[in-house]
Design a protein. Structure first.
Ligand code: 6PG
Length: 486
C-alpha cells in the first residue's frame, strides 16, 4: 500500500459538525483521518488549529481518495439535499467495490434508500447514518444510527464504536438495519425530540401562567425534576435557558426571545411518514403544529381580540406545590406517550420497508450522546428486554404503573389548561390518545356506519364473520357483501 493511502477514515464537509466529528475520530486510538472540504480554506484552518489530530489534508477529491486505505471509508457531513448527491457522485466515481460512503447528515430516509440502491450497483457500500448530539456530541461522543449493508458494518462498526457516546458501558451505536433504516430511526428520534421539547414548553407555560413564578424560579423546578425520573438532557438545558438573564435588558432571556419556533424539517418528515404508515404520532404532530402556529404572527395578531376565559385565577399559594407536582406527573405520562408513539412508528416503518430493527437496541443507543438522552430510556430498554415483541410500549408493566400514579394529575392539568385558556396541545392530545387506546368501544363504529351510508364502504360486525352493507337508500335491510374497494 502506498505511504499516502494511510487514512482508515475520511471526512468530507468540514463545517462545525464535520470538523468536530473528524476531531473526535482523530482522537481515538487507531484512527488516521483524512479531511476534505470544497473550499480548501476551511481544511487548512482545521489542520492548523488542530495539529494534535494528525489530519491528512486533501485539497481535491483525487487527493482525498488517494489518502484512504482500503476499504476506503468516507463520511459525508454536508447539508442534506442536492449537495449530498454531488459529493456521493464525486466519491463513487473514484471508489471501488467494497469501499464505503457514509452520509452522516439528516437526509430524508427515502433519499437514502434511493442513493443506496444507485450506489450498490457499483459494488460500493452506501450507508445513511443518523448522528445525534449536536456539535458537542459530534466532538465528544454522539449517538449514531447507521443503516446500510452488513458488509459495510464490518469495517464501520469498530470505527463508529470508537467515537460514539457510551451509556451503561455500551457504545451508543448499533447497525440499525439495511439501506435507509438508520436515517429513518434518526428521523423518529428528531420527532420525539420535537414532542419532548413541546411537552417541556407546555409544562413551563402552565407553571408560569398558573402560578406567576419567574423563569429563574421555574429553572429551579426543572433542576429539581432533573434529579428524578424526568432526568434528561432536555430538562437540564431547559433549566439553563430559563436561568439566563439577557445582558442588554436585564430581563430573563426567554422573555426577549421572539416566540416563533423554527424548524429544519425532520419533525415534519416524521409526521408525514407516520401519516402514510397509518401510525398516530399525535404528540409529535402537535409539537410540529405548535411550531407552525407560533410562526404566523399575522394570524396571531388577527386572533388577538377573540374571547377567552375571564382572567384565570392564579393557583392559590398553598396549592402551588401540589400543582407543580401534577404538572410533573402530566409531563411524565405525556412523555411516555410520545416515546411509545415514536417506537410504534419505527415498528411500522420496519414492517413497511422490511427492516429488521431491534427496538430494544434503539432504546439503548439513545441513552447517551443524543438530544433525547434520558434516564427514562433505561426503562424503555428494560421493557424491550422483558418482551422484545411488545405491541405497545406504553402498556409495559413499568409504564402501566406510572400511568396509575400519574393519570389523575394528568387529567387535572389538562382541565386546568382548558379552563384557564392556556394551550397544552401535546399534554391533551397525549391524554386523548391514552384514553382512546383504553376505551372498550370507540365511536369508530359510528364512523363506519356513516361511511357505509354515504359511500357503501361496508362494515364488519362484532357478532359474526363477513362484510356487510345496509341498504340506506332502500328499505334499510342489511346485506352481506364483498369488501368495498373505495
Ligand atoms: C440532533 C438534532 C439535530 C438538529 C435538529 C434541529 O439529533 O443532534 O436533532 O439533528 O439540531 O435537526 O431540528 P430543528 O431545527 O428542526 O428543530
Amino acid at each position: 500500500m502506498p505511504e499516502s493511502a494511510s487514512a482508515n477514515i475520511g471526512v468530507v464537509g468540514l463545517a462545525v459538525m464535520g470538523s468536530n466529528l473528524a476531531r473526535n475520530l482523530a482522537s481515538r486510538e487507531g484512527n488516521t483521518v483524512a479531511v476534505f472540504n470544497r473550499s480548501p480554506e476551511r481544511t487548512r484552518t482545521l489542520v492548523e488549529e488542530h495539529p494534535e489530530a494528525g489530519f491528512i489534508a486533501a485539497e481535491s477529491y483525487d487527493e482525498f481518495v488517494a489518502s484512504l486505505a482500503k476499504p476506503r471509508t468516507a463520511i459525508i457531513m454536508v447539508q442534506a439535499g442536492k449537495g449530498t448527491d454531488a459529493v456521493i457522485s464525486e466519491l463513487a466515481s473514484r471508489f471501488e467495490p467494497g469501499d464505503i460512503i457514509v452520509d452522516g447528515g439528516n437526509a430524508l430516509f427515502t433519499d437514502t434508500i434511493r442513493r443506496e440502491r444507485e450506489v450498490r450497483e457499483t459494488g460500493i457500500n452506501f450507508v445513511g447514518a443518523g448522528i445525534s448530539g449536536g456539535e458537542e456530541g459530534a466532538l465528544n461522543g454522539p449517538s449514531i444510527m447507521p443503516g446500510g449493508s452488513d458488509e459495510s458494518w464490518i469495517t464501520l462498526g469498530p470505527i463508529l464504536k470508537s467515537i460514539a457516546a457510551v451509556a451503561e458501558g455500551e457504545p451508543c451505536v448499533t447497525h440499525v438495519g439495511h439501506d435507509g433504516a438508520g436515517h429513518f430511526v434518526k428521523m423518529i428520534h428528531n420527532g420525539i425530540e420535537y414532542a419532548d421539547m413541546q411537552l417541556i414548553a407546555e409544562a413551563y407555560d402552565l407553571i408560569r401562567r398558573g402560578t406567576g413564578k419567574s423563569p429563574a424560579e421555574i429553572a429551579e423546578v426543572f433542576a429539581e425534576w432533573n434529579r428524578g425520573e424526568l432526568e434528561s438532557y432536555l430538562i437540564e438545558i431547559t433549566a439553563e435557558v430559563l436561568k439566563q438573564v439577557d445582558a442588554s435588558t436585564g430581563e430573563p432571556l426567554v422573555d426577549v426571545i421572539l416566540d416563533e419556533a423554527g424548524s429544519k424539517g425532520t419533525g415534519v418528515w416524521t409526521v408525514q411518514t407516520a401519516l402514510a404508515l397509518g401510525t398516530p404520532v399525535s404528540n409529535i404532530a402537535e409539537a410540529v403544529f405548535a411550531r407552525g402556529l407560533s410562526s404566523h404572527p399575522e394570524q396571531r395578531a388577527a386572533a388577538k381580540g377573540l374571547a377567552g376565559p375571564d382572567e384565570a385565577e392564579r393557583i392559590p399559594a398553598d396549592q402551588v406545590d401540589a400543582f407543580i407536582e401534577d404538572v410533573r406527573l402530566a409531563l411524565y405520562a405525556s412523555k411516555i406517550v410520545a416515546y411509545s408513539q415514536g417506537f410504534d412508528a419505527i415498528r411500522a416503518g420496519a414492517a413497511e420497508y422490511d427492516w429488521n430493527i431491534d427496538l430494544g437496541a434503539i432504546s439503548k443507543i439513545w441513552r447517551g450522546g443524543c438530544i433525547i438522552r434520558a434516564q427514562f430510556l433505561n426503562r424503555i430498554a428494560d421493557a424491550y428486554d422483558e418482551n422484545p415483541n411488545l405491541d405497545l410500549l406504553l402498556s409495559a408493566p413499568y409504564f402501566a404503573e406510572a400511568f396509575t400514579r400519574a393519570q389523575a394529575a394528568w387529567r387535572r392539568v389538562v382541565v386546568r389548561s382548558v379552563e384557564a385558556g392556556i394551550p397544552a396541545p401535546a399534554f391533551s392530545s397525549s391524554l386523548a390518545y391514552y384514553d382512546g387506546l383504553r376505551a372498550d368501544r370507540l365511536p369508530a363504529a359510528l364512523v363506519q356506519g356513516q361511511r357505509d351510508f354515504f359511500g357503501a364502504h361496508t362494515y364488519k360486525r362484532i357478532d359474526k364473520e363477513g362484510v356487510f352493507h345496509t341498504l340506506w337508500s332502500g328499505d334499510h335491510t342489511e346485506i352481506e357483501t364483498t369488501p368495498s374497494s373505495h
